[in-house]
Design a protein around this ligand. Sequence first.
Ligand code: URP
Ligand code: ZN
Ligand code: ZN
Length: 464
Amino acid sequence: MKPSMSLLIKNGRIITADADYVADIFIEGETVYTIGKNLPMNADTEIDATGKFVFPGGIDPHVHLDMPFMGTFSSDNYETGTRAALFGGTTMVIDFILQKQGNSLRAALEEWQGRSNGNCVGDYSFHMAVTDFNDNTKKEIKDFIEKEGITSFKTFMAYKGALMIDDRQMIGLMEEVKQHGGLINVHATNGDMIDYLIAKHRAEGKLSPLYHYLSQPEVTEAEAAERFVDMSNYTGCPGYIVHLTCEGALNAVRNATKRNQKTFVETCIQYLILDASLYEKDFDGAKWVMSPPLREKKDQATLWAGINQGLVQVVATDHCPFMWEQKKMGEKDFSKIPNGHPAIENRMELLFSEGVVKNRITLNKYVEVACTNPAKIFGMFPRKGTIAIGSDADIIIFDPHEKHTLSAKTHHMNVDYSGYEGWEMTGKVKTVLLRGQVAIDNGKCLLQKGYGKFIKRNKVSQVI
Ligand code: URP
Ligand code: ZN
Ligand code: ZN
């Protein structure tokens, strides 16, 4: 298809977080111009979507592209990662900038811009990870929110010596971020307990990937989630827990609702559908070495229920891929396996196949957690996250019946294995539009790197 100024999607079943109807969508330039039945317009390009679902473009608010981590770099860069995301129906991602301890936030922003500028195929934004909160960092927060459009600040309660901040820094950061209308994201696990358990297992010669899992028991996440929720309540700063995996941690959030507190919760696709039995496969278990680790079947049930109870608002990926050679850095010691797993391309189809097709969530809930809530929470709605007049024309045309099989042989992520090899799927992304341009069609990407735009975000809302 040639680049188009106007585009008409005919007769698709349009599904948003709160609607489900058959209509045409007329797109002019980058945005949706009008929506209606049997629209009389002529367009440069017309797509017949009869029998297809039409979803807003997916937003994955938790990815790590070209990220320096554990002595190496995640293997998808901004080009390969955002392109793979588009193949899977994700039109926008939010990546993480990591401050280097002792350096400024600005220096980290410039470093990340150096790797991302001009290289993205899909749209993107950044969270700013504050790893060293001090008087200088404090002065930088306002500009990030008001000038850079980076309104969320990531904190780590683990990875001591590299990324972790202590509670004193957390409280200080929360007070500053609250004052300027931002939000704190948190990797909520108890870093000291985990470090103790890692050291203990290593000293006992317990070095396989299973001990990665056994070094991060549920209590390490539940304790940190509760502490974070308490600090967020005390300071009044909006909080968002990333990659929440388990019943104990979700109960900390649930309990806080009794004092009328709202904490946003993200889980990731892998925690909904994979479990810790995968760590019993000797070194093959390294494919799923991520933090927090996969949990138990009862935790999956808690997370699906949490989505339907409105306690879990977002399903992301924490996409942080490493080639098998990189994973082998930890062949003799689980603590040296780079943490992370690839899923940026698979999230939308897996959530449909495992969630909607298996009747665990409704179609509207699917759109809410994969597209709309990330846009709302992170200050991009209604430009992103929905299909409405005036919104960016980020759209997926989806065949709900097509069957296919996931494999590293056919995926587009720059990683030589799949955590879902051989999974049988129902439902396939057929065509993807990004700001009015056909990005994916017939299994081909039609956009070049550099098309993806950095999206400046607004201040956050606590009400979604
Ligand atoms: O294992 C993970 N999650 N790797 C990426 C870094 C993080 O903690 O999110
Ligand atoms: Zn994390
Ligand atoms: Zn992460």
